[in-house]
Design a binder for this molecule. Structure first.
Ligand SMILES: Cc1cc2nc3c(=O)[nH]c(=O)nc-3n(C[C@H](O)[C@H](O)[C@H](O)COP(=O)(O)OP(=O)(O)OC[C@H]3O[C@@H](n4cnc5c(N)ncnc54)[C@H](O)[C@@H]3O)c2cc1C
Length: 464
């Protein structure tokens, strides 16, 4: 078999890259090792119910008429219409530092501004300076790492507000322990606080089905349940790949969305991996499905709550335990405007987790399962602390660990955001193979799709 472009990985960056290329050259082959597309943002069925693996909310909300907004630019690049999707906006979210302060935010940035003005009046002029910096900063020109934590410390001169602003942005977009690159901070600040959050009315499957349908209608080919085993090279260029059960494919160009180290492994060059300045980050994600519960009807309906105990937000893998419950994200997937009602409700929690702890347990299935159950219980207790109660009528619960993430996406150390070292131009020392997605540097659903599109625009289309 021969193709112009081989795309490794059927997550959101791979799908976007393949569609963008297939608009101009249909002989694109996308290869995904799992039976379903979506990668980190996929779905599975239990008890006749579709559960999303990752989706809390999509960042970068934009009104339909805002032509310059990243979301609308992305749809145009993929030749998709907004009407192909049914989007629901968030009801409103919150950053809560227990016992210290809380800030609400929504899809109208004025809400966050008024909250900061009210909770930190003395810092409001400095916060305006931060807003001006976020507006002026060009995060897309490649630059060496610059600490957002240090920059915020100087600009805001308010440790608590600094930590509160960093908490959601690091949870949703930092691959680096305890800090975030300033350029990535600016991207995330705009995506979360200035643009906002939304989700499909149905599930992530609706988005994946539209993307797969678009790729096929443009002439592209999707092979699921088919891993790339090895990339075949002449030392400088990739000539082809062994896929599935030793099937040989020849290709002119390659986009790899599986990560830098993971791609080096496929090239037989694992020893070339860059030194990483901080540990890779991974998470546990708990899903709780419960019956509607009257005690919670009186609580203010929030979409996502980012919480922390203590004044400082520490964002690194826990050292001696499996999970760090001192901070986390709580998501209510039903709390979006216009979401169709469901008989059962769902909530999800995310906490920082230690890959090595869970990996060591994975050899003893009984202990691993037991630890997963305890994690769900402790996370539920954390929610009870936050809300004063926790649904008693859970009908289904599940916990994904760093080992689950590694198993289902091949990400080394179950690192959702990949390596702390990024390759902004997608180049990593191979003439016709480029990185897109997580290790190129853009994170999240819209970010990873923009990454796929921009790598194809920069490297593939000019040469096909
Ligand atoms: C629990 C969780 C919650 C999240 N919540 C959100 C959210 O609410 N909003 C948001 O915007 N983002 C969220 N994210 C992040 C988001 O999912 C990712 O940033 C994004 O989906 C990454 O897409 P990707 O295509 O770059 O990588 P991936 O999704 O990792 O895709 C890579 C694909 O490559 C495949 N693959 C690996 N090795 C091979 C091989 N050798 N051959 C063939 N295929 C291979 C994998 O199976 C995978 O499908 C979440 C992630 C997780 C894990």
């Amino acid at each position: 078999m021969r193709c112009s472009l081989l795309v490794i990985g059927g997550g959101l960056s791979g799908l976007a890259a393949a569609i963008r290329a297939a608009r101009f050259h249909p002989d694109v082959l996308l290869v995904e090792k799992h039976t379903r597309l979506g990668g980190l943002n996929s779905y599975f069925y239990r008890n006749d119910t579709l559960f999303e693996t990752g989706l809390h909310a999509i960042t970068n909300h934009a009104a339909a008429g805002d032509r310059k907004a990243p979301l609308n630019r992305l749809l145009r690049q993929l030749k998709l219409q907004r009407d192909d999707f049914s989007f629901c906006q968030q009801l409103g979210s919150e950053i809560r530092f227990l016992g210290l302060a809380s800030l609400s935010f929504g899809n109208d940035p004025e809400l966050l501004f008024s909250e900061v003005r009210a909770a930190f009046p003395e810092t409001w002029p400095r916060f305006q300076r931060l807003l001006a910096m976020v507006a002026d900063y060009d995060p897309f020109t490649p630059a060496p790492f610059r600490s957002a934590r240090a920059t915020l410390g100087e600009v805001l001169d308010n440790p608590l507000l600094t930590e509160m602003i960093l908490c959601p942005l690091m949870y949703y977009g930092s691959s680096r322990a305890d800090d975030i690159d300033l350029g990535q901070f600016v991207i995330m600040f705009r995506s979360l606080f200035l643009e906002g959050l939304f989700r499909p009315a149905g599930s992530i499957k609706d988005i994946l089905d539209v993307l797969a349908g678009q790729l096929r209608s443009l002439g592209g080919t999707i092979r699921t349940n088919c891993a790339v085993q090895k990339l075949l090279t002449d030392g400088e260029r990739v000539l082809g790949a062994l896929i599935g059960k030793e099937e040989r494919v020849e290709c002119a160009q390659v986009i790899s969305t599986v990560g830098h180290r993971e791609t080096l492994r496929l090239l037989g060059r694992a020893e070339d991996a860059a030194h990483e300045p901080t540990a890779r980050l991974s998470f546990v994600e708990n899903i709780f499905q419960h019956q509607p519960w009257h005690k919670w009807q009186s609580l203010p309906k929030k979409t996502i709550i980012f919480f922390n105990r203590g004044e400082r937000f520490s964002f690194h893998p826990p050292q001696s335990q499996g999970v760090d419950f001192s901070s986390g994200v709580v998501c209510f997937p039903g709390h979006f405007e216009g979401m169709p009602g469901r008989a059962l409700e769902e909530l999800r929690t995310t906490h920082l987790a230690s890959y090595s702890y869970w990996k060591a347990l994975a050899g003893s299935p009984g202990r691993y399962l037991d630890e997963k159950r305890q994690t769900a219980r402790k996370s539920a207790q954390t929610l009870a602390d936050l809300f004063g109660s926790f649904p008693a009528n859970i009908v289904y619960e599940d916990t994904f660990t760093p080992v689950t993430i590694e198993r289902y996406t091949g990400k080394i150390d179950g690192a959702i955001y990949g390596s702390p070292v990024k390759f902004a131009d997608g180049r990593f020392g191979c003439d016709n193979c480029f990185l897109a997605g997580t290790d190129q540097g853009f994170l999240g659903i819209v970010g990873s799709m923009l990454s796929g599109v921009s790598m194809v625009n920069q490297h593939i289309l000019p040469h096909l």
